[in-house]
Design a protein around this ligand. Structure first.
Ligand code: ADP
Ligand code: MG
Length: 586
């Protein structure tokens, strides 16, 4: 029996928005089940006696008078071993399980399995548990009570829930399912499975200043606009500028422990491609299969619009859960604009007063809530574990116009801005990161100088200076022609081109080039810088610019990208010798 005030009926259906009456006990963000199918929805507004619900499933066929039941619970996610390697929809239903059940390809067909209550995590699977506590032990929220080897590389740490604690009163078996007794604390049972409401941040002991870079293997990113573990980045770019390729490269290559990828409102075939490529790939660092460190949340363009919002919150909550276990998590969202569009659609159905470009007035606060869940933290518990969530959100401004609201608010919130440029993309300069607009606010030079090479940041300063100088020269050339440039300026111009083409450009589809480790980035830049110095000297001493640019060593610089990572240093030293020989006048 449902209690009075928890069952109501539909009075209006407007796309993903449903209005119900009779739900006097409803609270904001409670989950409701709508209609005979029990479609999943969330209360988003209470107006007089009416309850406004955003439905995360297709509402077609839903009629006025249909029943609505309030579950009394907020939208939450299941947390526990088995998340890694899974593919979920926006409300955490396992997509492949759904697809198998209905014989449908979830990315090809409209979402047909409406109202199906498939649990996120497998109830049958037994896990081997290593208990970390004994009866009589005192524990506080965040302490590790048990571990499970969830994948080859990831030990799943089961934590006392935030705010709980006490004395361990019993310890369960060591081969259990996620619902069987794990431990009891003051006689209250805990299982491997826990839940967390998605709109609530998981609490931490302390937040730290993020200073350790999140290595991406992309030269232009790591060297010029680095990201940090616990930081946030935004990638705005018009259609076809490479947002998805960059997000997917990060999914494969970043040195985070865990990757949560949210395909939000984009084409299903892109997610399908990612899925196909993953099983064959291994983590470039641990060697473990890449799927085993990844959670995929797919709410593709053919799936219900309102669930895009749920996909974002589901993704960030899962990320925080692994952060609290002491891992560095990278959350990649492609694209946050589609979420913004969903907010806009729901808002217009609610007949709210529109803000900028039709987006609701709360767009900036929603985006802020999302980006602010990034961070480097000390987790709750005695152990003082450190973990982080890094967020990289793609933005798809219509017509590539960065003045639109989602781009503008995102760039105010994120610490790194990788602006993709349509002109660069047209010229096939990939990644099409515009170095004149992009920036990173993170202070990472000390880390690079200490951990890669003492002159790392010195070299970066040189590269940035060279690009800036070349830009100025470009303006002069456009005005007055190349003839006015002094020989040494022509060298600058030529070397800046080298820097752009042989260093900043990087193919995501070339096996040798797709991932560039830091030491390779360092040596490649060092060679170009050495070439610059030698060329300047040679030209000042009378050598012809054409000879310098046409030298064999200049050609070899164009092949550095293919150097095998184990031979980088030897190759670089050989090339530096060759530059020395070729460019020093006899
Ligand atoms: P967006 O998501 O911004 O619409 P995509 O990421 O789908 O754009 O990129 C469009 C195309 O650009 C890709 O199919 C690919 O051909 C090319 N491209 C983008 N980035 C790279 C890269 N790093 N290396 C090689 N090609 C790229
Ligand atoms: Mg895309």
């Amino acid at each position: 029996m449902t209690r009075a005030g928890t069952t109501g009926r539909v009075v209006r259906v407007a796309g993903p928005v449903v209005v119900a009456e009779g739900l006097s006990r409803s609270r904001l963000y409670n989950v409701v089940r709508v209609g005979k199918l029990g479609l999943v929805g969330e209360v988003i507004r209470l107006v007089g006696g009416d309850t406004v619900i955003q439905v995360y499933e297709d509402t077609s066929g839903l009629q006025v008078g249909s029943p609505v039941v309030d579950t009394g619970l907020p939208l939450d996610v299941e947390l526990g071993p088995g998340l890694l390697g899974s593919i979920f929809d926006g409300v955490q239903r396992p997509l492949l399980a759904l697809a198998r059940g209905g014989g449908q390809d979830p990315f090809d067909q409209p979402f047909v399995h409406r109202g199906v209550g498939v649990p996120a995590l497998d109830r049958q699977r037994r896990w081997t548990v290593t208990h970390r506590v004994r009866p009589g032990d005192q524990v506080v929220g965040g302490d590790v009570v048990a571990t499970v080897q969830e994948s080859q590389a990831i030990e799943h740490r089961v934590l006392v829930p935030p705010g709980s604690g006490g004395t361990v009163t019993s310890v369960g078996e060591s081969e259990i399912t996620i619902e069987e007794p794990l431990v009891a604390i003051d006689d209250a049972g805990m299982t491997l499975l826990s839940r967390w409401p998605v709109r609530t941040r998981r609490p931490v002991a302390r937040r730290l200043d993020p200073v350790v870079p999140l290595i991406t293997g992309q030269r232009v990113v790591d060297t010029l606009f680095p990201m940090v573990r616990g930081g946030s980045a935004t990638i705005p770019g018009g259609f076809g500028t490479g947002k998805t390729v960059l997000e997917q490269s990060l999914a494969r290559q970043t040195d985070a422990d865990i990757v949560v990828f949210i395909g939000c409102g984009e084409r299903g075939n892109e997610i399908a491609e990612l899925l196909e490529s993953f099983p064959q790939l291994s983590d470039p660092r641990s060697g473990a299969p890449l799927v085993e460190r990844t959670v995929l949340i797919a709410n593709t363009s053919n799936m219900p619009v309102a669930a895009r919002e749920a996909s974002i919150y589901t993704g960030i909550t899962i990320s925080e859960y692994y952060r609290d276990q002491g891992y560095d998590v990278a959350l990649l969202a492609d694209s946050t604009s589609r979420w913004g569009e969903a907010l806009r659609e729901v808002s217009s159905r609610l007949e709210e007063i529109p803000g900028e470009e039709g987006y609701p007035a709360y767009l900036p606060s929603r985006l802020a809530e999302f980006y602010e869940r990034a961070g480097s933290v000390v987790a709750l518990g005695e152990e003082q574990r450190r973990g982080s969530v890094s967020i990289v959100g793609a933005v798809s401004p219509p017509g590539g116009d960065f003045s639109e609201p989602v781009t503008q608010y995102s760039l105010r919130l994120a610490g790194t801005f990788w602006a993709l440029d349509s002109d660069l993309a047209r010229r096939r300069h990939y990644p099409a990161i515009d170095w004149t607009q992009s920036y990173s606010l993170y202070k990472t030079s000390e880390w690079f100088d200490t951990n890669v090479a003492p002159d790392w940041s010195d070299q970066v300063t040189w590269a940035v200076g060279l690009l800036g100088r070349a830009q100025q020269l470009q303006d002069i050339v456009e005005l007055l022609g190349a003839d006015v440039l002094a020989p040494s300026e022509r060298v600058t111009f030529a070397v800046a081109q080298m820097l752009r083409e042989d260093f900043m450009q990087q193919s995501a589809f070339d096996d040798r080039d797709a991932l560039c480790p830091l030491h390779k980035q360092y040596w490649m830049l060092r060679v170009i810088r050495y070439f610059h110095q030698s060329a300047q000297k040679a030209v000042t001493e009378g050598a012809s610019l054409d000879d310098v640019i046409g030298s064999g060593s200049a050609g070899e610089i164009g092949r550095m990208r293919s150097w095998s990572v184990d031979e980088v240093e030897a190759q670089a030293e050989k090339l530096i010798d060759r530059i020395e020989r070729e460019l020093t006048p006899p």
